[in-house]
Design a protein around this ligand. Structure first.
Ligand code: ACM
Length: 538
């Protein structure tokens, strides 16, 4: 069971706000542009599958066009996205054009065999003296290729005002595709509410590292964050506060659709989570009839867990679930809805099994597949359910076995080991934010594990991928999210994307250090771990 350590949190937040101010201004790169040469091809995060350096490489100049195919809206959209990153910092015009011509930057979606072998997210980047080509079978792959080019350019390219070049991409070819189909991050918008703009900021950070799933933890004891028309008090009352008693908030359906669309434009599918049957105080407080005793509890702004449960034996509970899942499924172009299932300590095992037996078919009825925390393996997971493992080194063998046995019977797994992938764990004893129940998670620990062999006994092909959850009991600002996610998030992204053969802490930490000037340019407030050889500040 999670234990919470709230005492240091408020002081910690204040310290961090002070620290955030210094770190983003002091580290602003005064770095001379790349006189020493461009970033070596492939020295990016996540490490690409195949890198063939060679040749002079491409330089972006005032005359460079960005060429897209005529009548190809995806190529044009991504051309404009790339131009939007490059124009402010280079000061160049960088017209996006579908006029025929040679040279410049070329974005191309094409079903040629060299692209098809790289699958639905793979891409190639070919950098020569005369042209820089990004090509993929799909728009998502093309987007990943754009992120690669971005990282090959000097960090100053991320700035919003004109910087000195040269803007060179090392010569050669990158051929790349992900190891895993599922590379996710979870944001807990329940413990503290984060408005749309903050979520979009996080989405942009995830896209830079080629993540493709954003799991939103939309409900918990402390707050219900999504408007549900058939049960309006969930959001208006259940969403009216947060940890510590602040004003909370919720997304209207239009705001939520805006998040989903923005995520899609950055290559990410949103997976909404309504946590059930525990973690439901906000719902129970909003509607008395959902409680077994018919009495609504007060709203909750603390950080305990395991005290709330939907009433498993009441019909109205399933009317509620049906309505919520129906409305949520209608907002979800992706295939999955996450139904939680963790820490249902106030629900008997028998009731838990009954509840999951009734709720999973509701998700299927609305055309979605079930995702759940790994406790779902202790009920009867639906045939196509995905369970998310969040155990850690001290998780008992019986609990692991349950997950492994489900995997052997075909249940797919997403791995989020709490003492590796939980971005809310403190780095060390001095971390001003975060929790400690799974232990300290320094940068090397977050990176140094193999999803393919992590859960002993689980078939390797049961692993769909990895996810880095960011719980927000102690986090309430974008600077807080930055500080906990960076520099660990890119490590989880690399575990999800890069071939196992590239996995090497010694090499990784150098590539990771190379990201720091980019974070400075983007205003990302990161933890300067002593484990990483950060470039000297100048
Ligand atoms: C969890 O951390 N309770 C999934």
């Amino acid at each position: 069971m999670r234990q919470h350590h709230r005492t240091a949190c408020v002081i910690g937040s204040l310290l961090l706000i002070a620290a955030a101010g210094t770190s983003s201004s002091a580290a602003t790169p005064t770095k001379a542009p790349d006189r020493a040469g461009p970033t070596p091809l492939g020295q990016i995060v996540p490490a690409p599958m195949k890198v063939e350096p060679g040749g002079a490489g491409f330089e972006i100049t005032a005359k460079t066009p960005i060429r897209v195919g005529s009548g190809n809206p995806d190529e044009r959209r991504l051309g404009e996205y790339l131009a939007g990153i490059l124009r402010p910092s280079t000061g160049y015009r960088l017209p996006v054009t579908d006029r025929e011509g040679k040279g410049g930057i070329r974005l191309r979606i094409s079903a040629e065999p060299e692209n098809k072998v790289l699958g639905g997210e793979g891409y190639r980047v070919i950098s020569t003296r005369g042209s820089l080509t990004i090509t993929s079978w799909s728009s998502t792959g093309l987007l990943h290729g754009v992120q690669t080019v971005r990282q090959q350019l000097p960090a100053a390219v991320e700035k919003k005002t004109p910087q000195r070049g040269p803007w060179r991409v090392a010569g050669g070819t990158i051929k790349d595709m992900p190891r895993y189909a599922y590379r996710g991050a979870m944001l807990d918008v329940s413990r503290h509410f984060f408005p749309v703009e903050h979520v979009k900021r996080y989405i942009d950070q995830l896209a830079l590292y080629k993540m493709n799933k954003l799991h939103l933890h939309l409900s918990d004891d402390q707050g219900w964050r999504i408007a549900i028309d058939s049960w309006p008090r969930l959001a208006t009352y259940g969403g009216s506060t947060q940890v510590g008693g602040g004003p909370g908030g919720h997304y209207t359906k239009d705001q939520y659709k805006d998040i989903v669309a923005y995520a899609a434009s950055r290559g990410l599918q949103v997976i909404p989570e309504i946590d059930m049957p525990g973690h439901t105080n906000a719902a129970l407080a909003s509607y008395a009839e959902l409680n077994c005793n018919g009495v609504a509890p007060p709203l909750y702004t603390g950080t305990n867990v395991g005290f709330s449960s939907l009433c498993v034996n009441k019909d109205v509970t399933y009317k509620f679930v049906d309505d919520v899942v129906r409305e949520l499924a209608a907002l979800t172009p992706g295939g999955s809805v996450h139904i939680g299932g963790d820490e249902a300590h106030s629900t008997s095992h028998e009731d838990f099994v009954t509840f999951m037996g009734k709720v999973q078919p509701v998700v299927a009825k609305y055309g979605k597949t079930v995702m759940g925390w790994h406790q779902l393996a202790g009920a009867k997971p639906a045939k196509d359910a995905v369970v998310q493992y969040w155990g850690y080194d001290r998780t008992g063998q019986a609990e692991r076995d349950q997950v492994v046995n489900a995997a052997k019977q075909g249940t797919k797994l997403v791995l989020s080991p709490a003492d590796r992938a939980y971005l809310d764990m403190k780095y060390d004893k001095d971390t001003p934010l975060g929790l400690t129940w799974a232990g300290y998670v320094e940068v090397q620990r977050a990176y140094d594990w193999d999803p393919g062999t992590y859960l002993q006994g689980a078939p390797a092909d049961s692993v769909l991928g990895v996810e880095a959850p960011l719980w927000t009991e102690t986090l309430s600002t974008p600077a807080h999210l930055d500080y906990m996610a960076f520099p660990r998030l890119p490590g989880i992204a690399e575990l999800g994307w890069s071939p196992a053969a590239t996995h090497d802490w010694g090499a990784y930490k150098g590539r990771l250090a190379g990201q720091a000037p980019r974070w400075d340019a983007l205003g990302i407030n990161y933890y300067k771990s002593p484990q990483v050889p950060w470039p000297a500040e100048r």
